[in-house]
Each structure stands twice: as structure tokens, then as C-alpha cells.
Ligand binder design. Structure first.
Ligand SMILES: C[S@@+](CC[C@H](N)C(=O)[O-])C[C@H]1O[C@@H](n2cnc3c(N)ncnc32)[C@H](O)[C@@H]1O
Length: 232
């Protein structure tokens, strides 16, 4: 196995810092975040996510780009026996999730406050029980499409970490990104789209709370698509 000693290529194109944090959020970033932060091992394919939690949960779910963490915090509260790992390079979003973790005393959340690709590369094969990619940045301009999180290289990583029979959940309110994702998925044999009829992707399941971007899209008349793919 090769030891990685070259800097990893970053895949984050959006902003990573917004306005000044409130003293409370700054304090949570200084005190709580270091306790919850995932330390990425030097060797690829070696991170066992259940080891991130003292309780060693039997199942671990991973959310990529959790934004303000509303969905992640909800899932963590509803599923206390499951370990939740969230990736979000935007500091102000992470700070918001820290507030929810603190207020609800959530002990089953860990955070990678950087590029999701880094943790996907580090994670052991077939170590994740559910993946969430909800309203990823749409990069609407054609010349920016290559920045979209869904691409064959990242799908290889998602396929590596997800256990067979487990789900990748994807949401978007941007029809072009939905079609893009379905096109990329149709090229693969390791994921199967579960929808049997239009209602299956038009209707948001009850165990899938709307994210902040999802709610905004609905208010603005862009009903999101909720796609579920199962790893073969
Ligand atoms: C449009 S926002 C959606 C946020 C949230 N999922 C929601 O639905 O409200 C997309 C998020 O993905 C994050 N993001 C972008 N590239 C990322 C990457 N490579 N790894 C992890 N998160 C990323 C951004 O910082 C941003 O917060």
C-alpha cells in the first residue's frame, strides 16, 4: 500500500467562509468542533467510520454538503443508534450544525469540515450504510458542469464506500442536474434507480426531511426530485 505524501487535490469550488460568526458559534467552532472533527488517515481505504464513535454503531450514514445541517441533525436525533458523518467545507454551515448538536445533545455526529472527496478516498470499502447528497451546487453554466459533484470519478468513490443493498439519496430542484445525474447513473452497473413511477421521485419520503435549499426551491415553485439509488 502506498503512503500518501503529496497534497490532495481539492474539489471545493464554492465559498468556505461567510460572515463573522456570533460569539456562541465561534466558541462552538473553537471548543466542540475539534472534538467532533474526523481525522483523515494518511493511507487510503483505511478509515472505519464506526471507530469514530465511542458506541461503535453497527451502521454509519454519510451526508455530503450538509449546508446548515438541518437534515443531518434531524436524522441524528431520529436515529440515535446510527453514526452520522457530515462533510461541509462552509464554516458558517458547520457552525450552524454545531448549535443543533449542542442544543439537542447529539452524541452520534462527526464532522469533516472540508472536501467530501478526502473522506471518501480514506473510507474503507463497503463501510457506509447510507449516503446523502442533497441539493448539491448546481453549477448551471455549461463551462462549470465539470465542477458538479456527480461525475464518474466521484460515483466510483460512492460505489466503493457504500455497502451492497444500501441507498444513495440524491435531491435536486434543478431539472438539468436531475437529468445529468440520471444520465451518469444509467452508465453504471453498480447502482440501480429504485423508482417505479413518477410519484416515487416526486414525493419526498417521510424519513427524508426537506433541507433549507429544498424548502427554498418549493417556495420558489421548483419542486425537487428525490432520487434513490441502491448499490448492487
Ligand atoms: C447548494 S448547498 C446545499 C446545502 C444542503 N445540502 C441543503 O440542501 O440545504 C451545497 C453545499 O455543498 C457544499 N459542498 C460543495 N462542494 C463540496 C465538497 N466537495 N464536499 C463537501 N461539501 C461540498 C457547499 O459548501 C454547500 O454547503
Amino acid at each position: 500500500m502506498t503512503i500518501k505524501n503529496t497534497p490532495r487535490r481539492r474539489h471545493v469550488h464554492g465559498r468556505t467562509k461567510g460572515g463573522k460568526l456570533s460569539p456562541r458559534k465561534q466558541n462552538l467552532c473553537d471548543e466542540l468542533l475539534p472534538q467532533l472533527r474526523v481525522s483523515i488517515p494518511e493511507r487510503e481505504n483505511t478509515l472505519a467510520p464506526c471507530d469514530l464513535f465511542a458506541s461503535k454503531p453497527a451502521k454509519t450514514w454519510l451526508e455530503i454538503g450538509f449546508g446548515g445541517g438541518e437534515h443531518l441533525a434531524w436524522q441524528a436525533a431520529q436515529n440515535p443508534d446510527i453514526g452520522l458523518v457530515g462533510c461541509e467545507p462552509f464554516l458558517n454551515g458547520t457552525a450552524k450544525l454545531l448549535v443543533a448538536i449542542d442544543e439537542q445533545s447529539l452524541s452520534n455526529v462527526r464532522i469533516h469540515d472540508d472536501d467530501a472527496v478526502e473522506i471518501l478516498e480514506a473510507l474503507a470499502p463497503q463501510s457506509i450504510d447510507r449516503l446523502f447528497l442533497l441539493h448539491p451546487d448546481p453549477w448551471p453554466k455549461k463551462r462549470h458542469h465539470k465542477r458538479r459533484f456527480i461525475n464518474q470519478r466521484n460515483l466510483d468513490l460512492l460505489a466503493k464506500v457504500l455497502k451492497p443493498g444500501c441507498e444513495l439519496r440524491f435531491a435536486s430542484d434543478i431539472p438539468h442536474y436531475v437529468a445529468w445525474t440520471l444520465k451518469h447513473m444509467a452508465m453504471r452497473t453498480d447502482f440501480v434507480w429504485t423508482a417505479q413511477c413518477a410519484n416515487d421521485w416526486r414525493t419526498r419520503p417521510v424519513d427524508w426531511p426537506a433541507t433549507r435549499y429544498g424548502q427554498k426551491a418549493l417556495r420558489e415553485g421548483r419542486p425537487p426530485a428525490h432520487l434513490r439509488f441502491v448499490k448492487v
